[in-house]
Write a protein that binds this ligand. Structure first.
Ligand code: NAD
Ligand code: PRE
Length: 374
């Protein structure tokens, strides 16, 4: 909708950073707008090759600058502070007039401030973006066109944007099927500290806490069941990404840590004072509130983990994968967890569809006597 209010059908859209989020955005943009020329920058080759083979994009390169100067729209999908570095690079390039720049980072104030400083007085439009859905998995191979379906997609206006720029971005991203909402950067960072940034601190702390305790009682980790799993899935997220998010939203996260510490101290006192009714109220209040929260169920469910208890033999993994050959299963990750040292290892295989998970489970059961569970 730039260029005097006309809708441009032949836009060139640059997806910079072909990871989970960049890959998912590329898929959705291409699906919604086959007429756009979608290009992608990525530093390493494997994601570029994957994106071309899977027809996510029309062109790939490791030359960011060359793609940037040819783009009408640029979406940065790096860890948040790296996106700011890429903005600095963009500020020194002869970009197309009225280029629309956005990002997908999990914090917004810092990047909006940087954009304002870097581009003031230039014919550059900047709108901050943040799709509120994702995963602990990384990389383009885990990307999904429907990752953001029904999730909130926050757009943060900046002094470098007008309402029609937000409308243009929503049109480009329409096939994400996300629910767009405009928030100021300050509102965004305060609220996401509560529902996303601080919970990641808690999840990591729970895992590190269990590890510390296991020094005393090594069997502890084997007793981690559904509760621990549900509380800590996100502790497997990328430390590159999360260190940058916390450093980019420090005041709000520290406030949350203080507030939460007070909550823990309060419940600690209730337990010590044997206030069983008050402890019951504490849980009952949370149970009712949780049931009413409109929590986005999201595309996380698109990842399906199968756990196979395999003997400690070098060919066991090879054999397991061999049973899957010819079945074209959508494996997106393979990991060995040595939780039962000296007995078995646990092979964790992640599939993209439930159907593939069930096929794999059936194949393992038919060919081996290994314990296998979802
Ligand atoms: N993962 C989520 O759940 C989620 C959800 C919403 C928003 N986000 C935000 O999206 C952004 C991207 O996250 P992601 O989940 O796609 O991560 P990812 O690890 O899957 O992808 C990161 C991308 O950054 C690139 N990159 C990293 N370091 C680089 C470097 N030094 N030089 C060049 N390229 C480099 C990688 O090659 C990759 O393309 C982050 O800002 C994150 O805060 C993540
Ligand atoms: O589902 C997950 O694994 C996520 O962590 C996704 C999640 C979150 O819910 O906190 C993570 C970071 C984002 O910026 C948005 C969404």
């Amino acid at each position: 909708m730039s260029k005097g209010g006309q809708i441009m059908s032949n836009k060139t859209i640059l997806i910079a950073g072909l990871g989970l989020i960049g890959g998912s955005l590329a898929r959705a943009i291409k699906a919604g707008h086959p007429e756009y020329h979608v290009t992608a920058y990525n530093r390493s080759q494997a994601p570029r090759d994957f994106a071309m083979q899977a027809k996510l994009v029309d062109e790939v390169s490791d030359d960011f600058e060359q793609l940037a100067v040819a783009a009408d729209v640029i979406i940065l999908n790096f860890p948040v502070q790296l996106s700011i570095k890429f903005l600095e690079t963009l500020a020194n390039l002869p970009l197309k007039p009225d280029v629309l720049i956005s990002d997908s980072g999990s914090t917004k104030q810092e990047i909006i401030n940087s954009a304002e400083k870097l581009f003031s007085g230039q014919a550059v439009r900047f709108v901050g973006g943040h799709p509120m859905a994702g995963s602990h998995k990384t990389g383009v191979i885990a990307s999904d066109a429907l990752l953001f379906e029904n999730a909130y997609y926050i757009l943060t206006p900046s002094p470098l944007s007008k309402p029609e720029d937000l409308a243009e971005l929503k049109l480009i991203l329409s096939e994400t099927h996300a629910k767009f909402i405009d928030l100021s950067a300050a509102e965004h960072d305060a609220m996401t500290a509560v529902t996303s940034h601080f919970p990641h601190v808690v999840a990591a702390a729970l895992v590190n806490n269990a590890d510390d305790f296991s020094d005393k009682m090594p069997f502890t980790k084997n007793l981690a069941a559904g509760g621990f799993r549900d509380m800590t899935r996100i502790a497997e997220s990328s430390p590159d990404m999360w260190a940058e998010i916390l450093m980019s939203n420090p005041d709000n996260v520290v406030d949350q840590i203080d507030q939460f510490t007070d909550k823990l101290q309060a419940v600690k006192s209730l337990i010590q004072d044997k206030q069983s009714d008050a402890v019951w109220q504490f849980f009952d209040q949370a149970r009712k509130l949780r049931a009413q929260m409109p929590i986005h169920k999201g595309a996380m469910a698109n990842f399906y983990d199968l756990f196979i208890s395999i003997p400690d033999k070098s060919d066991a993994i090879h054999d397991v994968l061999g049973y899957f050959s010819c079945h074209h299963l959508s494996i997106i990750n393979i990991k060995i967890n040595e939780t039962r040292v000296e007995l078995n290892g646990v092979l964790q295989i992640t599939f993209k569809t439930k159907h593939d998970l069930e096929t794999a489970e059936g194949l393992i059961k038919a060919n081996t006597d290994y314990d296998v569970y979802q």
